[in-house]
Design a protein around this ligand. Structure first.
Ligand code: NAD
Ligand code: LMR
Length: 325
């Protein structure tokens, strides 16, 4: 299994590499070849991480290579974790990074198209993740669109963790939460179908909180971390990326989670937008959980986040970051 991690010399890269090499993503029997893709300024940090990976003597780590061009970095990649990009700082929204980061993802999408393995699966972490994933996907016409995903598992895990904390419940007793839309402040953490030990979550925590302060807290958790920590989330982001890829390969059994993937039109989300929806995974593919009842409150929230994704798509089109047509 060849795994390419972009921005491997950065913070999230550093938090993710050791867990990937230890078997946390593909299990105890799958050797992994790591490819670290960096820009020249990040190469020293990536080299340092590579030295430390050697020093861990991970039995599953077959090789570590550093690349500075996407063509070499993605050559033969089965999994591509697109992390490399600038994080926001206090006072910014993730969408403010579009102009700075968007240009990274076209060439990477093209290189994935031309050089990655036929079964490549792509997870975009770099912000604004949904629209960066859209840019990459648009440059990879030969790769099935559903192989391009963006990370909303961090939002999902936050939604589970904060609900468990409020209810005094075990994380393992919570199911059925959905993160809808964009990995941004407009995202909609939806408890309508969530349960806590089989009981409707909104009955346990009350609608006022579950459809009020809770939504805001989850949606703005990234900014809360930046304010309290002084920098954007790192370990929880790497952990979520690992959860995402592990579930994509191993499946989710009965449990549901959330992934941003190209819309097929389900739930009225315009086709092709990379929006977060409820999913399960089986046989190496995400399956959208269809048929959930969407009430007027949820409809409005989902539509607002989808409108933001449409506006980001318009911006990157105007910036010339996606191929015409
Ligand atoms: P960081 O600044 O510590 O690391 C970024 C790394 O990317 C640097 O080493 C840099 O050299 C490298 N890089 C920049 N351009 C590159 C390119 N074209 N190719 C390869 N590497 C490149 O940042 P970080 O804390 O690791 O965060 C990375 C990104 O992840 C940010 O955009 C951040 O906002 C985002 N993020 C997303 C989520 C999410 O849930 N989707 C969560 C946390 C952070
Ligand atoms: C997060 O949600 O923690 C990341 O997207 C980083 C950020 O900018 O909030």
């Amino acid at each position: 299994m060849t795994v390419t991690v972009t921005g491997a010399g950065g913070q999230i890269g550093y938090a993710a590499l050791f867990r990937i090499a230890s078997g946390a993503v593909f299990g105890p029997d799958q050797p992994v070849a790591l490819r670290l893709l960096e820009i020249p300024q990040g190469v020293k940090a990536a080299e340092g991480a590579a030295l430390e990976l050697t020093d861990c003597a991970f039995p599953l780590l077959a090789s570590v290579d550093i690349a500075t061009t996407p063509e070499v970095g993605f050559d033969g990649a089965n999994v591509a974790l697109l992390v490399g990009s600038r994080p926001r700082t206090a006072g910014m929204e993730r969408g403010d990074l579009l102009a700075a980061n968007g240009a990274i993802f076209g060439p990477q999408g093209r290189a994935i198209n031309d050089h990655a393995a036929d079964d490549v699966r792509v997870l975009v972490v770099g912000n604004p993740a949904n629209t960066n994933a859209f840019i990459a996907q648009q440059h990879a016409p030969d790769v099935p669109a559903e192989r391009f995903t963006a990370l909303t598992r961090l939002d999902h895990n936050r939604a589970v963790g904060l609900l468990a904390e409020r209810a005094g419940a075990a994380v393992a007793d919570i199911d059925g939460i959905t993160i809808w839309g964009n990995h941004s402040a407009t995202q909609y953490p939806d408890l309508s179908h969530a349960t806590i030990a089989g009981r409707p979550a909104l009955d346990v925590v009350g609608e006022e909180w579950g459809r009020g302060a809770y939504i805001d807290r989850v949606a703005k958790r990234g900014a809360e971390i930046i304010e309290v920590r002084g920098g954007s989330s790192v370990a929880s982001a790497a952990n979520a990326a690992i959860d995402h890829v592990r579930d994509w390969f191993a499946g989710t059994a009965a449990a549901r989670t959330s992934v941003a993937l190209p819309s097929t039109g389900a739930y009225g989300i315009p086709e092709g937008l990379i929006a977060s929806v409820p999913v399960r995974a089986a046989s190496g593919a995400w399956q959208v959980v269809e048929g959930l009842e969407i009430d007027a409150f949820s409809r409005e929230k989902i539509d607002a986040s989808v409108r933001e994704l449409e506006s980001e798509r318009e911006q990157v089109t105007a910036l010339g970051l996606v191929p015409a047509g």
